[in-house]
Design a binder for this molecule. Structure first.
Ligand SMILES: Cc1cc2nc3c(=O)[nH]c(=O)nc-3n(C[C@H](O)[C@H](O)[C@H](O)COP(=O)(O)OP(=O)(O)OC[C@H]3O[C@@H](n4cnc5c(N)ncnc54)[C@H](O)[C@@H]3O)c2cc1C
Length: 458
């Protein structure tokens, strides 16, 4: 093949892309990555995350495998509980209203532990998420939401460790290199046309893995697919995820899949900038709303703040805020709940109030009841936080099979084309269990990279 630069080209340099690149390299393939962002803005949404990853584990021994330097004191003072495959299946089914593709969910759930452990072996270090995912009650931390480990250094740490792992294995990363079109001879994908520092080039390879994110940073596509008003949402993360990978694949006949009108969107600081700010990371989010009341510009409550644990409601409440007059709302706290605000989680006193359980302290007779954590707001000074909608990532994407191959509209694999991460459709509908985005990129990145690596060698 003329001008062949590699066996496998991976488009993007976020979590899914690095996992794909590392897996392809493991198969003996020569791998080149193309990342649209310059190096200082690279890493995609993955870099903006807290690095929290949802993974199946059956007890403390599994946590010890993922976090080998867990201390005896940490083990003694922590109830890690379990997060079984059944729980993960149930969470996916419930939050997606049973729409998620069973084959993709099966892979996500059953491969989660092994894939995360594989990533650890490549050089990603993990720690338990004390504080945000475990409250201390009776002297013991108790994990409550199935989200138990995060990468050391959060999202920036994750991307730095993955970058180092890739470079160490001879994987070349081209920054400021935006994929524009796939090179397709009508039969198979033979590479990609890129714009590299303003110059258009053709890069040829035997396989291409698309791992370049959804269309959340594209206001025109947001309005087109998510609906009117979505142009007004803030983007929580990367400004580079404009749907290019999805467009390139559809241009050569790939089948769209999934919840194209749906996305992950949260309550987000009203005065935050248009896109994420790497210096601030995810700190514009306001996720202690289960312990406050939310009122809109007319002073009305409009949602059940305590319907479930934060991990199972936060990703759908951004949309609800966007629908309010002026696209904003106030989170109103009193002093009794102040200690529960996420950045200040320092629970010292034990009271009957227990945020680790859905406590059933609900209201009755209101136009919209609050199901759990419905404490009175009577202890001044009261605090109000203005929030708007921050879009995280879009759910619609490409149809893939269980080998990570992109399918055409006849549901046949497009030879030489693979996909992973945000741009895969069919996994998330309406809502999302926190920490599944990174896990999806890890599981499907590894699968796509392995398949592409095998094909790329031949
Ligand atoms: C603020 C925030 C916090 C989050 N917190 C968490 C969390 O704690 N846990 C969790 O699981 N998920 C979290 N998420 C979701 C998570 O970020 C995503 O699900 C996941 O990172 C997606 O990985 P990815 O590799 O598919 O995409 P990305 O990490 O976004 O990577 C896509 C890459 O493709 C590049 N790119 C785009 N277009 C092109 C092109 N045409 N050519 C070349 N490169 C291109 C981008 O620059 C980017 O580097 C969070 C998201 C945000 C925004």
């Amino acid at each position: 093949m003329p001008n062949q630069v590699a066996d496998v080209i991976v488009v993007g340099a976020g979590n899914a892309a690095f996992c794909a690149a590392l897996a392809a390299q493991e198969q003996g393939a020569k791998v080149v990555m193309c990342e649209a962002a310059p190096e200082d803005e690279s890493g995609g949404n993955s870099r903006f995350t807290a690095g929290s990853i949802r993974v199946v584990y059956n007890g403390v021994d599994d946590i010890k495998t993922l976090v080998p330097d867990l201390t005896p004191a940490e083990i003694e003072t922590t109830d890690f509980g379990t997060y079984t495959a059944d729980q993960f299946f149930d969470d996916m089914a419930r939050v997606t209203q049973h729409r998620a593709d069973p084959d993709l969910v099966e892979l996500l759930v059953t491969k989660s532990f092994d894939s995360l452990n594989w990533m650890r072996q490549k050089g990603v270090r993990l720690i338990p998420i004390y504080g945000r995912q475990a409250f201390k009650i009776d002297g013991k931390f108790k994990f409550w939401g199935g989200l138990t480990v995060e990468s050391v250094g959060g999202g920036p740490g994750l991307v730095a460790m993955l970058t180092e792992a890739a470079k160490k294995r001879g994987i070349e990363i081209n920054y400021s290199t935006r994929g524009m079109d796939l090179l397709f001879d009508g039969n198979r994908v033979e590479g990609i046309r890129v714009r590299q520092n303003g110059e258009v080039r053709e890069l040829r390879a035997k396989s291409v893995v698309l791992a370049c994110g959804g269309f959340e940073a594209n206001p025109e596509w947001r309005t087109r697919y998510l609906g009117p008003g979505w142009d007004l949402a803030k983007v929580r993360g990367s400004r580079f995820n404009t749907g290019d990978g999805i467009r390139m694949a559809i241009d050569i006949g790939a089948a769209p899949r999934g919840n194209w009108s749906g996305c992950h969107a949260v309550q987000w600081e009203m005065n935050a900038p248009e896109f994420g700010d790497l210096a601030v990371g995810d700190q514009f989010q306001k996720h202690s709303y289960p312990f406050c009341i939310l009122v809109n510009a007319t002073g009305k409550r409009f949602v059940d703040e305590g319907a479930d644990f934060r991990n199972y409601t936060y990703a759908k409440y951004g949309r609800v805020v966007l629908e309010q007059p002026g696209q904003f709302a106030w989170q109103v706290f009193d002093q009794k709940a102040k200690h529960l605000q996420r950045d200040e989680y320092r629970i010292r006193q034990i009271t009957k109030f227990n945020p680790n359980v859905k406590d059933g302290r609900g209201t009755t007779g209101l136009a919209i009841n609050k199901s759990n954590w419905a404490n009175t707001i009577d202890t001044p000074p009261f605090e109000g936080y203005a929030v708007t909608c921050g879009v995280t990532f879009t759910f619609g994407g490409l149809r893939i099979n269980t080998d990570g191959e992109v399918l055409n509209t006849d549901y046949q694999p497009i030879r030489g084309l693979y996909a992973a991460g945000e741009l895969v459709g069919g996994l998330f509908y309406f809502n999302y269990p926190g920490g599944s985005g990174l896990m999806s990129g890890t599981v499907f990145g590894k699968i796509a990279g392995t398949s592409a690596g095998r094909a790329g060698k031949n």
